[in-house]
Write a protein that binds this ligand. Structure first.
Ligand SMILES: Cc1ncc(C[n+]2csc(CCOP(=O)(O)OP(=O)(O)O)c2C)c(N)n1
Length: 408
């Protein structure tokens, strides 16, 4: 009766000398997957958690039932937002290299997800983002000087130097303060969405998480509440293949898709090509409409690739091959939308070059303006006394004592 000695299965990452084998991704042809009515039951669309919703085909044409969600002007606005996000990222990375800030995180290759998703929301809705959704702010033309001041921890930093750079907070932009504790966004978003419903409001929430952080308890706790009370929330999982140096397989991506996790909770799920701006917008509109019509939560796995390092403190050459990015089968979101617009006769290579130059200039001017308010190493700083403010409405005695001990 006795078997051999028991062993554990430990997912083995691809050795960093070899390009990753992306044949393990469950891909579908563009246009292949159906677009159900928004009031569909979770059990009727289980297949959509295993395929991949795509609109743009290999020739840059929009095909299938999820196409037609965008006008030409909306597509051009999406392209602009993605290019601006990329220009912002490269300028802020440069400022970090010049030691004007301590840290920066890019979202290169993932721009379509935040930029496309934001275009499906309305004023008053609330995102609970991670550190890699700067596109949510940039796509709504939030002033980049304001964002830069936070990164530079200068005198105009809304967070008064008390947050890690890139941990923005903008209530007016529906951008909830970022928590560094991974997955807390999920419980916060579900709770906020429950409150919106309890007040009889019409505002919806969007939760954001990386695939690595879905291993956290908060992810599962949030899904329980979302499945029981069906609040108006979209549960976004950005699967960019990596959690710093840990491959997605270690968070459970080898056994099932991340979208399929919703099934155990009876929550409808979609799995979407996150590098296809048209697919992102179509799926985001579908899920936001469900939430707004009181049809409950939707979980969306956005399949993408983190083209840049995790942060300026990371060196991906230690854990993935340089050819990895080129082997990635879903391409680059900016190039794919550009090719689509050119195919429609609504864009050109020359206009693209010109827009990139304009945005680089705009970001450069903003960076100068932001540095005028100081940087990590120059200019006035907030008093350390302020670190005790803004957490409690009335400061509890133990914090008052600690502040006094520091002489403030
Ligand atoms: C609870 C918790 N554990 C660990 C960390 C350290 N940490 C910060 S980012 C990160 C990787 C997250 O990866 P993923 O969720 O896939 O998101 P990505 O960075 O790829 O966008 C880790 C482990 C943290 N901030 N919080």
């Amino acid at each position: 009766m006795s078997g051999g000695p028991l062993t554990l299965h430990v997912p083995e990452p691809t050795p960093c000398a070899e390009a990753a084998d992306f044949s393990r991704l469950h891909l579908s042809e563009a246009g292949q997957l159906r677009r159900p009515a928004v009031d569909v039951e979770a059990g009727e669309i289980r297949d959509l958690a295993y395929g991949l919703i795509r609109v743009l085909d290999g020739e840059g044409r929009a095909v299938g039932p999820w196409s037609g969600a965008c006008t030409i002007d909306q597509l051009r606005a999406g392209l602009r937002a993605m290019l601006k996000t990329r220009a912002y990222d490269s300028r802020m990375t440069m400022l970090q290299r010049q030691r004007k800030t301590s840290f920066y995180m890019q979202c290169t290759g993932e721009e379509a997800i935040s930029c496309g998703f934001q275009s499906a929301l309305q004023a008053g809705d609330m995102n609970f983002p991670t550190y890699r959704q700067q596109g949510l702010l940039i796509a709504q033309d939030w002033p980049v000087v304001d964002m830069m001041c936070q990164v530079l921890s200068n005198e105009k930093d809304r967070m008064k130097g008390r947050q890690l750079p890139v941990f923005y907070s903008a209530r007016e932009a529906g951008f909830f303060s970022i928590s560094g504790n991974l997955a807390t966004q999920y419980v916060q978003a579900v709770g906020w969405a429950m409150a919106s419903a309890m007040r009889g409001d019409n505002r919806v929430a969007a939760a954001w998480i990386g695939e690595g952080a879905t291993a956290e308890n908060d992810f599962h706790a949030a899904l329980v509440f979302a499945s029981v009370y069906r609040p108006p929330v979209v549960l976004n999982v950005v699967n960019n293949q990596w959690a710093i140096s840990t491959a997605q397989s270690v968070a459970g991506g080898e056994s099932a898709t991340f979208a399929a996790r919703a099934h155990g909770y009876g929550i409808p799920a979609l799995r979407v090509d996150g590098n296809d701006y048209l697919a992102v917008r179509a799926a985001a509109c579908w899920a936001v409409e469900r939430a707004r019509r009181n049809l409950g939560p939707t979980l969306i796995e956005w399949v993408t690739y983190r083209a840049a390092p995790h942060s300026t403190s990371d060196d991906p050459s230690k854990y993935r091959a340089p050819e990895d990015g080129a082997a990635w089968p879903l391409g680059d979101p900016v190039e794919r939308l550009k090719d689509h617009l050119i195919g429609l006769g609504a864009w050109s290579e020359a206009r693209h070059v010109q827009l990139k130059a304009e945005l680089d200039e705009e970001i450069g001017i903003a960076a100068k303006a932001a540095q005028g308010f100081g940087t990590l190493v120059e200019g006035s700083k907030c008093s350390p006394a302020s670190m005790f403010d803004d957490v409690y409405k009335l400061m509890p005695p133990h914090l008052r004592e600690q502040r006094q001990e520091l002489g403030f």
